[in-house]
Design a protein around this ligand. Structure first.
Ligand SMILES: Nc1nc2c(ncn2[C@@H]2O[C@H](COP(=O)(O)OP(=O)(O)O)[C@@H](O)[C@H]2O)c(=O)[nH]1
Ligand SMILES: [Mg+2]
Length: 317
């Protein structure tokens, strides 16, 4: 793996270099750190859009249509489809690829699916790096599709400037099942499958939930839109609203704030991992002893952590 070659290739917009770099990130190649560290200063241009919501809501179908609409507006696009539920790169992820295949011949669109090769935390990090790579590559828009269920998805959305939550009609009493967390992260709600019955009712239910949930201090009113990805309706309105949200962020100095938040978040995640690797190593005798004491009940987890940390504390004179 030649870092220099990949780095230059990415900045020149070489698709092979981008594909190779993404694979290296997925494989957790040790040299990726150097690559990412150099790539970072070329990031910050792309509008990063998170698309999340329950499985089957039609996210992939919608992303496909959104991408087409963005292309009509002259923008270049990167798409990252994340499926943490699928342990193998097959199944649902392959389905995403095929559904989006109408776009695969357009050289201004770069699509990549990611599954869990490592642990979930690793996936969030890898996704964040892939977003940055696509940004540095020169994509105007980077869309990240992820199933909205748990913490790792929220972590992934941490990098997005605009978060679209996709739902479908027929939630009925199950509306409570929508994670409250989704209401916190949504900038735009879309009820997809408006060709099905019950769409207006779902819109009203989401609106009521929005009214009840705590308001953010900013002025943005979260819109609840209707769309049918299947029939290609409501896509223009959705894309307009996404653009409007981006303008809103820029005009209120919120974009810079979001970018900083995401940098800080990524820094802290990297630091956590590095500190852990640096301070605790199960192959070392003294660290094995800590685990032994923990196992026998001689010490509790707090004491165990404190024991590790105390090694690095400077003695006061
Ligand atoms: N009736 C209807 N079906 C849709 C629509 N959008 C997607 N679907 C179907 O819903 C299913 C799930 O779609 P998919 O995009 O894979 O959902 P995801 O899991 O949220 O990514 C597929 O069978 C789609 O063909 C829509 O607007 N109307
Ligand atoms: Mg999907």
């Amino acid at each position: 793996m030649n870092i220099e070659e990949l780095y230059k290739g990415i900045l020149e917009g070489n698709r092979r270099a981008l594909a190779k770099s993404i694979s290296a990130i997925e494989d957790q190649h040790p040299k990726c750190e150097e690559l990412m560290s150099r790539v970072y200063k070329h990031t910050g241009r792309a509008h990063i859009i998170g698309v999340t919501g329950p499985p089957g809501a039609g996210k992939s179908t919608l992303v496909d249509k959104m991408a087409k609409e963005f292309r009509d507006r002259g923008r270049t696009i990167g798409i990252v489809a994340v499926d943490p539920t699928s342990p193998f790169t097959g199944g649902a992820i392959l389905g995403d690829r095929i559904r989006m295949s109408g776009l695969s011949t357009d050289k201004h669109i770069f699509i990549r699916s990611m599954g869990t090769r490592g642990h979930l935390g690793g996936l969030a990090r890898a996704t964040s790096d892939v977003i940055r790579l696509m940004d540095a590559f020169g994509k105007d828009v980077v869309i990240v599709e992820t199933v909205g269920a748990g913490q790792s998805e929220v972590d992934i959305v941490e990098n997005a400037h605009t978060t679209v939550v996709v739902e479908m009609p027929g939630l009925g009493d199950d509306i409570q099942a929508i994670k409250a967390g989704l209401f916190e992260i949504a900038n735009i709600f879309v009820i997809n499958k408006s060709d099905m019955e019950g769409c207006d009712r779902s819109v009203r239910e989401i609106q009521i939930m929005l009214e009840m949930s705590p308001k953010s201090p900013d002025e943005w009113e979260v819109p609840v839109l209707k769309a049918s990805a299947r029939d290609n309706t409501g896509i223009k309105e959705l894309t307009d609203t996404i653009d409007r949200h981006y303008e809103y962020l820029k005009q209120n100095n919120l974009l810079e704030e979001l970018k900083y938040k995401s940098l800080k978040y990524n820094f802290q995640e990297i630091l956590k991992e590095k500190l852990m690797d640096f301070s605790f190593d199960e192959s070392r005798k003294e660290d094995q002893n800590i685990l032994k004491s923990l196992k026998s009940g001689k010490i509790d987890p707090y004491t165990a952590a404190e024991n590790v940390i105390s090694r690095f504390k400077v003695e006061k004179k």
